[in-house]
Each structure stands twice: as structure tokens, then as C-alpha cells.
Ligand binder design. Sequence first.
Ligand code: GLP
Length: 244
Amino acid sequence: VVYKNSKDASLFVAREIADLIKQKAAKGKNVVLGLATGSSPTKVYEYLIQFHQNEGLSFKNVITFNLDEYYPQRPDAIQSYVRFMNEHLFDHIDIKKENIHIPDGTIEEKDLSQYCADYEKNIKKSGGIDLQLLGIGRTGHVGFNEPGSSVNSLTRLIRLDKITRLDAASDFFGEENVPDRAITMGVGSILAADKIFLMAWGEGKAPIVKEALEGPILESIPATFLQHHDNCTFVLDTAAASEL
Ligand code: GLP
């Protein structure tokens, strides 16, 4: 779906999320959201906070799993995704702290593979992801699944692509400060979600959006694996859709 700007597009996504939360709450059920960081979802989070404050939307039945985190990363670092999520969403809504899951960038390396396996188990134990939000990186990554990620990949440690580190350089005050690794949910973890919204704004994303939607399915462009999913919507502004 294409909207004239990212504000209208984000309102559409936020309304879909709010409707799902309310539908599940009416049945006394939890809803499991897969959440993303980066600039793409920030307006969606602003709208969700507004719905909470102005319309009484409650997040008490919401369980969240974030896609990724830099590694190593302290949660209080300004670039940490824990901090990002707290500032952009969690500090402003009534979600239960124990329902929030974000990959932990402080886990010791020797414990990481067990930690990642447990992250997957927790997603399954909570009932699986009902709705997954995604952005897209210029390398075609979703989460931090860089080129070469397989369709069945699960939560794991990954080495970041040079382009990704370049794109993150301003956040870290220089490319040399960007961690060279990250923990990310896998392509397989993402494809297991019932519904997926991938958001992309601006002309800078137009070439990769075209590849992801219209190109052949390739490991070198992990977002192309979304073509396998039967309930995945790309939510775009006119600029991001301009090469389709
Ligand atoms: C980072 C995140 C991704 C995100 C991507 C795009 O690499 N790990 O999950 O999709 O950036 O970011 P933005 O939305 O700022 O363009």
C-alpha cells in the first residue's frame, strides 16, 4: 500500500496494531508484537502513545519481541535499542515490563548461542508473533539479517555489513565506533509471524524496495524472502514506491 507521506502510512499501521490489540483484549487474549527500531517505525510508536493517552488504548495484554541489538552493547548507551524502545514507546505506555523482550547486548559471548535459542523458545512459548513490524536496510536486510542470511535462519549473532555500519556511523559519531556485530532474529523467525508490515519511506529506499518486491528471491537480498510470506504488506510513501 502506498500513501502520500509517511505520516498517513504510519497512522494506517498504528490503527491496524491498535485494532489487533483491542480484538485480542476483547477475547481475554494476549497479542504478540515483533518490533523494529530505526527511523521507519518511530511515527507508528508516536501514534500508539497518542492512542494510549487520548483513547485509553491499553497495552496490558501486549507482549513484545524486538528484532535486534548491536553486539556488544550496554542498554544505557545512547545507541542501544533498549534505550530507543524505552524512549520511543515503552516509557509512555502501560505495558508490563516482564512482557518486553529485547536481545541483550551484554551477554557473554560463550553464552550467546544458548541465549539466542532461549529467545526463540520464548517467542514460541508466548504463542508466536501475531504482527511483525519491519524496516529495511540499504543492503536489503530485515532486522540485521545481512546478505547471506538463509531463509531458515533463527536468532543469532551476525557480522554487520559495511554499508550498514556506514549508515549507522552518524549515530555512533564515526564508522569506527559502530559495533561490527549484532544479535538479530532470523529470517525464519520473521517469516513465522502471522502478519508482517514492512515500512519504507523516502527515495533512498526506492531501489531496495524494488529489489525486495519485484526482484528474484536471493540470499544476497534477505528482504526478498518476504515474497514467500502470504500476509506481508509493504507500507510505503510515494517516494519509496517510486521505482516500482
Ligand atoms: C537498522 C535496524 C533495522 C532497520 C534498519 C533501517 O539496521 N537494525 O531493523 O530496519 O536499520 O533503518 P531505518 O528505519 O532508520 O531506515
